[in-house]
Design a protein around this ligand. Structure first.
Ligand code: SF4
Ligand code: SF4
Length: 127
């Protein structure tokens, strides 16, 4: 017990080892890889992101002008954003928030205008 006294006092009197999340959020590291966002207004539907995605979680229909993305299957590797020549696909630095349910993000647009839509999938996410 007496051997532990210095450690106990340090823990009581020193700085906290943990943060009071979500009140205190640690900033992301410089090269952190977060959520993927597509600015559908400038997407050319070239399909390169879908072809390069190792998780096969992107689908592009050029004729229908739709870009679909399954965030539950995305591993945030960033390959799609790095290979997007138009710059429409961007990766956030902030960590992606956990999901309550699976969803498929479907963005529809043309070269000049776009309509965005999110379609929920009924199956619950695995913990
Ligand atoms: S997001 Fe980029 S890489 Fe993917 S289809 Fe659109 S323009 Fe092509
Ligand atoms: S970040 Fe990686 S896994 Fe996620 S959509 Fe892009 S290429 Fe696919």
């Amino acid at each position: 017990m007496f051997n532990m006294t210095p450690a106990i006092l340090r823990n009581f009197l020193g700085d906290r080892a943990t943060r009071r999340y979500p009140h205190v959020i640690r900033p992301s590291f410089e090269n952190a890889r977060g959520a993927i966002h597509n600015d559908i207004h400038i997407c050319t539907f070239c399909g390169v992101c879908a072809a390069k995605c190792p998780s096969q979680c992107i689908a592009v229909e050029k004729k229908a002008a739709t870009w679909s993305y399954n965030p539950s299957a995305c591993v945030c590797c960033g390959v799609c954003a790095e290979s997007c020549a138009s710059g429409s696909l961007q990766q956030e630095r902030n960590y992606r928030k956990p999901f309550r349910e699976k969803e498929m993000i479907v963005l529809k647009g043309t070269s000049s205008s776009a309509v965005n839509d999110t379609v929920s999938i009924s199956a619950p996410a695995q913990p």
